[in-house]
Design a protein. Structure first.
Length: 136
């Protein structure tokens, strides 16, 4: 199904995504969805590993970030991302089980570009990612 691809045909070539997710099955699903659409995926399973990647990686095209993580939560990581040279304006999608209005507002105020509550629908996630990538 071509319409489900993230970017328009072929434009994801060479793009990278950073996935920060401690649930292995969700991380594998995100990797599968992104790699199927031509992304190279770097991933971290906890906040400490994510901070190391943020400090050392070339800025990716997009970041998918959980909130509830060991060592450093998603709120700390979004602050880190927004303060890192070259990462300040990257699209960041928060993808988390925390669905309260307070958590959503806090994440958006902290600098997230979008927010989805797990469990998520893959086609909706991909549509939101396409929207964020078009803005770049």
């Amino acid at each position: 199904m071509e319409a489900a691809s993230l970017p328009p045909s072929g434009s994801s070539s060479g793009q990278t995504a950073l996935v920060v997710e401690d649930d292995k099955s969700v991380a594998m699903l995100l990797r599968f969805l992104l790699e199927r659409d031509g992304f190279r995926v770097d991933s971290a399973a906890d906040g400490r590993e994510a901070q190391r990647l943020i400090a050392t990686l070339v800025p990716p095209a997009i970041v998918l970030l959980d909130i509830m993580l060991p060592y450093a939560d998603g709120f700390e990581l979004i602050a880190n991302i927004r303060s890192q040279p070259g990462w300040e304006k990257l699209p960041v999608m928060m993808l988390t089980a925390k669905g309260s209005e307070r958590d959503i507002a806090r994440a958006l105020d902290a600098g997230a570009d979008d927010y989805m509550v797990k469990p998520f629908q893959p086609d909706e996630l991909k549509a939101r990612l396409r929207r964020l990538l078009r803005r770049q």
